[in-house]
Design a binder for this molecule. Structure first.
Ligand code: EPZ
Length: 421
């Protein structure tokens, strides 16, 4: 099994370049199923296991997919789609596989997808996805671990209110509505930058979407969407993770290719913690020459503090001055990193969706494991300041969402290597 071996204590200094966003590229790859008449070339595609998984999924539908990770490019030819079934072994690996439901219904009027199931951070239901697709005219049946959907009368525009601004549900509904007859209005949609990126890509293909990034999105359905080339936005969560690494190690790091507009809550909280953050058009510089101050964080849908940054921020709070309170409002079980941080000496008390994090901890290196993607990132961050050596197991979780993590950290001075043992 591969592990990361990290020796703590180095200040991180230098420049690290952010890759394309995992949570933008996955819906955009799903949306390539809508593009007809030519091949799509996607640029700034991050080199991630999740990209390989969704590429495998599209190939299982009979779609031609060519991945050039060394050039950060992905080529998709969806002129013909031969199969409408997404198998269990692929969907269970990656929940975002469910994002092909909307495009398949829009393109072919049929889809059969294995139920995604839960994961480490929560049950992660899909009721809002199904509510939206049924409002558009889909007939849904569930049995034998699969969801089957058909559109006997085609997809027709509808008024849809999302009880929760679900990112995935907004994306599935957007893609289905982009080819529905008439107008769809989505109220209380997700407003994440990745939603805007998907809408920009769909509009480039001929969709008519207005209001992405706000609390009402209007979609006028198009009869056909033409495949177009597209460049993925940078990954705000990867950028935020390196910002925390710079702050925790009292370093001076320039995060190139980061869009500060997408990171306002994270920047605000780092400044509140006494970290110097300097934004410019090409990136963000993070400088810290002292112990950070304790701050309270509460995760919320965008534009609130991102749940995908909660674990990483908590790692930093374990070595802050004073006690912090971390509240997770988006997922019901996103404190899996706490047990691993405790093994390293962190003093954290969990009470439901709130954790109380005592600061000034002397973290010590030991054997730990990644339980999920962002928990794994949090453990790596803690190991960068822990005394001695930390061995991180189950790093396949980290490989799902961080492109070239070891090389990027080594390039700014971290003592980290990947070993097979
Ligand atoms: C996306 O997941 C991201 N994944 C997640 O990033 C991110 O944490 C999440 O949005 C929230 O920002 C991708 O974009 C591939 P949701 P998604 O639907 O779409 C409940 C990472 O680390 N819900 O917004 O699955 C759900 O249970 C990953 O990069 C319903 O109740 O998130 C959860 O509590 C982790 N019914 C909340 O909404 C539904 O039908 C947020 O889920 C759908 C969701």
């Amino acid at each position: 099994m591969e592990r990361l071996i990290i020796r703590g204590g180095n200040r991180l200094c230098g420049t690290v370049k952010i890759s394309g966003a995992k949570n933008a590229v996955l819906p955009v790859i799903a949306a390539t199923l809508l593009g007809q008449d030519r091949e799509t070339c996607l640029d700034e595609v991050p080199n991630l296991d999740d990209v390989r998984t969704i590429s495998e999924l599209l190939r299982s539908l009979g779609v031609t997919v060519r991945h050039e990770p060394e050039h950060n490019k992905l080529f998709v030819d969806a002129t013909t789609i031969e199969n409408i079934t997404a198998p269990y072994d692929l969907v269970r690996r990656m929940r975002a596989s469910f994002l092909i439901m909307g495009p398949l219904l829009a393109r072919l009027g049929r889809a059969k997808i294995s139920l995604p199931g839960g994961c480490a951070i929560g049950t992660r239901p899909i009721d809002l996805h199904l509510k939206g697709l049924e409002a558009l005219g889909a007939k849904i049946s569930i049995g034998h671990g699969y969801i089957e959907a058909t559109t006997p009368d085609g997809l027709k525009g509808a008024q849809i209110y999302l009880d929760f601004p679900s990112v995935g549900a907004t994306e599935n509904i957007l893609m289905a509505a982009s080819m529905a007859e008439g107008q769809t209005v989505i109220e209380n949609p997700a407003q994440e930058p990745e939603i805007v990126d998907l809408a920009n890509y769909l509009n480039l293909m001929g969709a008519k979407i207005r209001g992405a990034g706000t609390n009402v999105i209007k979609v006028d359905g198009a009869k056909k969407l033409i495949a177009r080339d597209y460049t993925i936005i940078p990954d705000r969560i990867e950028a935020g993770t390196y910002m925390i690494a710079a702050a925790m190690t009292r370093g001076d790091v320039y995060i190139a290719n980061a869009i500060s507009e997408h990171l306002k809550p994270v920047i605000a909280k780092l400044k509140e913690a006494g970290v110097t953050v300097i934004e410019d058009v090409d990136g963000i510089r993070v400088v810290c020459d002292r112990r950070v101050r304790a701050v309270d964080i509460k995760t919320l849908p965008y534009p609130g503090f991102p749940t995908d940054m909660q674990a990483q921020f908590m790692a930093m709070l374990t070595v802050a001055e004073g006690t912090s309170v971390v509240t997770e409002t988006v997922f019901e079980n996103r404190f899996m990193h706490v047990d691993e941080l405790r093994r390293m000496g962190a003093r954290i008390k969990i009470d439901g969706r709130t954790s109380v994090v005592e600061g000034q901890t002397r973290l010590t290196g030991c054997q730990v494991k990644a339980t999920d993607l962002r928990a794994g990132a949090a453990i790596v961050l803690a190991a960068l300041v822990a005394e001695g050596e930390t061995q991180v197991a189950y790093i396949h979780h980290i490989d799902r969402g961080y492109d070239n993590l070891v090389q990027k950290l080594v390039s700014i001075g971290a003592d980290i290597k990947r070993v097979d043992c």
